[in-house]
Design a protein around this ligand. Structure first.
Ligand code: ATP
Ligand code: FE
Length: 341
């Protein structure tokens, strides 16, 4: 089956075509970063309106790039939550309408299930079961994954997500948005040892995370400096911050692998693009003889490919939506139906 995927949950428009036999045929991403820049954050109404402008032309283009006519599309998948209600409704309305017009089934996909399953769309992707670390702008969680829709949350952030901490710290250091890549770049020139930040919640049992204290530690480091921050100090703080977040994530993965006994670790979400995180988890995997899997770099942040793929798995299992559609701005990963087999 060939599936069109539509992602509009926040400030990225993502469109893709996934084919069950041939894999990902084409995908495009459009980022609204420039649109929201002057407001210092995503403006929901502007996001929705821009998705309206971008989605349909992008669908035409991606179908063309995939060498696919609408007649070859067997189903349509759109993100139905979690995310911004208005933005989600744009993708849901378009996805549902196209599926109706083409006479094919439609399915609403959980955005985090999209991230979670994205490493599986690659050839040689991991088999179930596995441990998953989801690290994105809105989520940081460890899950025991037994199959599609069969998820148990082992731990999650009690405050800020890891990506959110990267974004807030980058803002504090004047490094711009999105903060993850900016901190990663600045940290390359950072000297280790000048600053040391805590590894939150690693000194007690459990798999939950907390990143808001780390952000506060950076605020103190900045306010402890006299005058305007110089680029060396910015680099040193960025490096110490990145080190602390990644060390914390690695410690918790190690602990979760120990308790679950899983032999595969899947890491997804925007922060999984981070090179230092990938290096540290590779070392952990080598030490524990655990295979570590990621999405390809361009599929770490929001994209349509992960929605097309998760939709493909659910549609081929017989799941689809009635003619009505809606958005689920708040939707827990553990509320999804499991796909048997
Ligand atoms: P969610 O998926 O939880 O709803 P989101 O869709 O906004 O949130 P993603 O698109 O998966 O999140 O990821 C974006 C986040 O990833 C941002 O917080 C960004 O700073 C972070 N990020 C991107 N690249 C990197 C990197 N190289 N290092 C660290 N963080 C990164
Ligand atoms: Fe996301």
């Amino acid at each position: 089956m060939r599936v069109l995927g539509i992602e509009t949950s926040c400030d990225d428009t993502g469109i893709a075509v996934y084919d069950g036999d041939r894999g990902l045929l084409a995908h495009r991403r459009y980022s609204q970063i420039a649109l929201h820049l002057e407001y210092g954050g995503v403006v929901p109404e502007l996001a929705s309106r821009d998705h309206i402008r971008k989605t349909l032309p992008m669908v035409r283009r991606v179908l063309e790039e995939a060498g696919t006519g609408p007649g070859e599309i067997g189903g349509v998948a759109y993100t139905s939550g979690p995310g911004l209600a208005g933005a989600l409704l744009v993708g849901a309305a378009l996805g549902r309408a196209l599926a109706f017009a083409w006479g094919v089934p439609a399915v609403g996909v959980h955005h985090m299930e999209g991230h979670l399953l994205s490493p599986l769309l690659e050839p040689g992707g991991p088999a179930f079961p596995f441990l998953a670390l989801l690290v994105s702008g809105g989520h940081t969680l460890l899950a025991d994954v037994r199959g599609v829709g069969d998820y148990a949350i082992l731990g999650e952030s009690i405050d800020d997500a890891a990506g959110e901490a990267f974004d807030k710290t980058a803002k504090l250091l004047g490094l711009g948005y999105p903060g993850g890549p900016a901190i990663e770049k600045a940290a390359l020139d950072g000297r280790p040892g000048r600053f040391h930040f805590p590894r939150p919640m690693t000194d007690r049992p459990g798999l939950d995370f907390s990143f808001s204290g780390l952000k506060t530690a950076c605020v103190h480091a900045v306010s402890g400096q006299e005058g305007v921050l110089d680029s060396r100090t910015i680099a040193d703080i960025a490096a110490a911050f990145q080190e602390a977040v990644i060390d914390t994530l690695t410690i918790k993965c190690d602990r979760a692998l120990e308790t679950t006994g899983h032999e595969r670790l899947v890491v997804a979400g925007g922060v999984s693009a981070n090179a230092l995180l990938r290096r540290r988890l590779k070392d952990l995997g080598d030490r524990r003889r655990v295979a570590v899997h990621y999405p390809r770099l361009e599929l770490c942040t929001d994209n349509g490919a992960m929605i097309a793929y998760a939709g493909y798995l659910r549609l081929t299992a017989g799941q689809h939506e009635p003619l009505g559609f809606g958005a689920r701005p708040r939707w827990r990963l553990t509320d999804l139906p499991a796909v048997s087999g």
